[in-house]
Design a binder for this molecule. Sequence first.
Ligand code: PMP
Length: 350
Amino acid sequence: MFELQNILRENIKNLIPYSSARNEFNGEASVFLDANENSFGSPLTENYNRYPDPLQTAIKQKLSLIKGVPVKNIFLGNGSDEAIDILFRAFCRPGMDNVITVPPTYGMYEVSANINDVENRKVKLTAAFQLDMERIAETIDENTRIIFICSPNNPTGNSIDRNDIQTLLANFNGIVVVDEAYINYSRQKTFIQELTEFANLVVLQTLSKAWGLAGLRVGMAFASEEIIEVFNKVNAPYNISQASQQLVLRALENIDQVNEWIKQTVQERENLTLQLSLLDFVQNIYPSDANFLLVKTSDPVFIYQALVKQGIIVRNRSTVELCEGCLRITVGTPEENEILIHAMKSLNWR
Ligand code: PMP
């Protein structure tokens, strides 16, 4: 049985969190002399002299309506990368505990593990880029705290089998993170609705992809109230700036625009797939549920460099295990995709 208290580090259990001025008083008042801010103002037309809402309640209320999740089940981080780091700091004892990642996958799980001196046990995906359930089961031991699943997966683009994720959630006594950074482009449905069923589920999403706000650095974690309380205890005070909070609130009004971009991106993904498949050095285009394509070519380094010379940057993933020969190409606007295809067609093939 999953029991949060069994995996929460002792120092976090006993932690008295920092109590900010805005934690201690957040009502209406006319004279705020409690936070050592500059009372005169800020050298900008907008006023940024006051600390922002540490819990970003206004944003969470809007997200709650959009996502169908209560405010108490939402954490906002400085990118979802902050949520990943907090998971390590709260649940993994350095030099003792371990996590499982399933490469090829998003690189920050491993970097965060290394920063926090936590062993990363890698269980390679199968050739079909799915979970190797048997090897995961063999790899789990009494110190395994977190399993990171990215679905749709970066860099392979596919969604991970839902039943396999459910099997892990039902049987693993640690936390299962389902990173849904690319969920808006997927045919699969989100795991957010499973939060009521699984106390050990943490779903990560982000405003950096479909919402078009990578520059604001705002990521979301959805989890049980108990886990969200841990996030709020461990995070840096005021982790989302006032500027970001204001801009996110405005952006969340434009859901129609975002949905339109998602539709266009999916259309362009299919179009790009078709165009790329006509090139003779393209050997495979893996089916994608994301806003990028993993493309196997006969000479990735040559193609990568030839594109760079024309001012077009894709990601060379050819040194990543199971991605030999592969470039990862983000779906651009129709104009950008046309430029890419034109450049690829013109490559002086050897
Ligand atoms: N998860 C995945 C799978 C990603 O690909 C990325 C960004 N490339 C992130 C998380 C990080 O997102 P954020 O900008 O919210 O930190």
